[in-house]
Design a protein around this ligand. Structure first.
Ligand code: FAD
Length: 395
């Protein structure tokens, strides 16, 4: 039986482990934490991510856990429209938002016969053209035909196969929170059709999760500010956020007021520079592949990280579907890299353009940004800035 070891049980690793297991692989999933647990946030599933999930697990119940995302447009802090909301055109699923815990639950439910080993921190990765890939935590070593590096932005697997690619700060910090439905103030509920607001170096995105989202509802928000991660306590950071976003149109203030320090998930935003030179590294009867943030971590401006991870998993499943260990699987590992590299490089480029929009500060830069945004919407909806548009799962 073909064997795979997947390092990391985040969205990428869970999706890949389940997909390989359901295709007849014997899979071991390694996670350094003591239990598999989602951060208490939410995620936007763009059409590419939804298509990938649907192809990975048609019975995953994705539409049951995700609420359609309204297009709330883009505003300035004073409430003036930069981009007015438009109703969506085109066929196929629109974007949807889901509690990340629900996404993890659905992915865990799809793991089937995967052997899960938590509390296993991969410290040593063995690769080589002639040897089977292997991973060790210093106590035990696990070999497999295929080693999948899904261990996030600080990936140990990537460090072994693509050391040229390192995580660097993107010049932003981000704060996320989900305000549970029962705590959403009625003023915020009325005034939160969803949407984003752009200030000078600051951005606030609010997304209603709706009753559809496993009946839990609530509102998810993400604030971004130029600068590094803050060292203060969550309570102090919340106070800072309330100060920075004071005077912004509602419901921004109401949502920050309704947020508790324990809801807050602060982090410095980082990205990989450069991207790894490849995502597939042949070795022994198969080799090593990188997926998710381990392969292409980028700032969250386009909200594509998890969606690309699901694309990676769907592509990996397809390219290794009929590959037996040996030359076939080696070729599949190379093929995975050939397919995923250009796709993710394009999204990274689109994301950098969006970084410039979010980072704009100073009167002239803001005027130029606002003028550009006024003209950008039709193009944003078209292919140039919408990476979710044209991706379909490989057969
Ligand atoms: C503010 C913000 C908003 C975002 N919004 C969106 C969005 O709306 N839509 C979207 O698609 N994406 C979004 N993203 C991006 C998305 O969250 C990430 O791209 C995605 O979670 C990456 O998943 P992953 O499984 O690759 O990595 P991770 O989630 O980092 O998972 C890696 C796993 O590997 C484990 N691990 C790490 N090292 C080891 C080791 N040595 N041994 C064993 N296990 C290990 C970790 O414990 C972890 O469980 C957002 C990101 C941010 C910061």
């Amino acid at each position: 039986m073909r064997t795979a070891v997947v390092v990391g049980a985040g969205t990428a690793g869970l999706a890949a482990a389940g997909a390989l297991s359901r295709s007849g692989w014997r899979v071991t999933l390694l996670e350094r934490a003591e239990r598999i647990a989602a951060p208490p946030t939410a995620v936007v599933l763009w059409p590419n991510g939804l298509r990938a999930l649907q192809s990975l697990d048609p019975d995953g119940g994705w539409t049951a856990i995700a609420s359609p995302l309204p297009d709330g447009g883009v505003r300035r802090p004073d409430g003036q429209w930069l981009v007015t909301p438009r109703s969506r055109t085109g066929a196929g699923p629109g974007p949807a938002a889901a509690h990340l815990e629900d996404v993890y639950d659905a992915l865990v439910a799809g793991l089937g016969d995967v052997e899960i080993r938590t509390g296993f921190e991969a410290t040593t990765i063995r690769t080589g053209l002639r040897s089977r890939p292997a991973v060790s935590d210093g106590h035990s070593t696990i070999e497999a035909d295929l080693l999948v590096g899904a261990d996030g932005i600080d990936s140990r697997v990537r460090a072994a196969v693509a050391p040229e690619s390192v995580a660097v700060g993107s010049g932003f910090a981000a704060w996320q929170a989900v305000i549970p439905g029962f705590r959403v103030p009625s003023t915020a509920e009325d005034r939160c059709p969803g949407g984003e607001t752009l200030g000078a170096g600051y951005r606030f995105v609010a997304i209603p999760l709706g009753d559809h989202a496993a009946g839990r509802g609530g509102i998810y928000w993400v604030a971004t500010a130029a600068g590094a991660a803050r060292p203060e306590s969550a309570a102090t950071q919340l106070t800072l956020l309330r100060r920075w976003f004071a005077g912004w149109h509602e419901p921004v203030g109401a949502l920050l007021d309704a947020t508790r320090p324990e809801d807050l998930v602060p982090q410095g935003v980082r990205e990989l520079r450069p991207l790894p030179r490849a995502y597939g590294f042949p070795g022994g009867p198969g080799g090593v592949v990188l997926i998710g943030d381990a392969a292409h971590a980028m700032p969250h401006h386009l909200g594509q990280g998890a969606c690309l991870a699901f694309e990676d998993a769907a592509t990996l499943r397809a390219v290794v579907a009929d590959a037996e260990p040996g030359p076939d699987l080696v070729a599949a590992v190379e093929n995975y890299s050939r397919v995923r590299q250009p796709r993710t490089a394009t999204v990274v480029r689109q994301n950098r353009r969006m970084s410039a929009v979010v980072q704009a500060r100073g009167r002239l830069a803001l005027r130029a940004r606002d003028a550009a945004l006024n003209h950008m919407r039709p193009r944003m909806l078209a292919r140039s800035l919408d990476p979710s548009h044209d991706w379909t799962p490989p057969e």
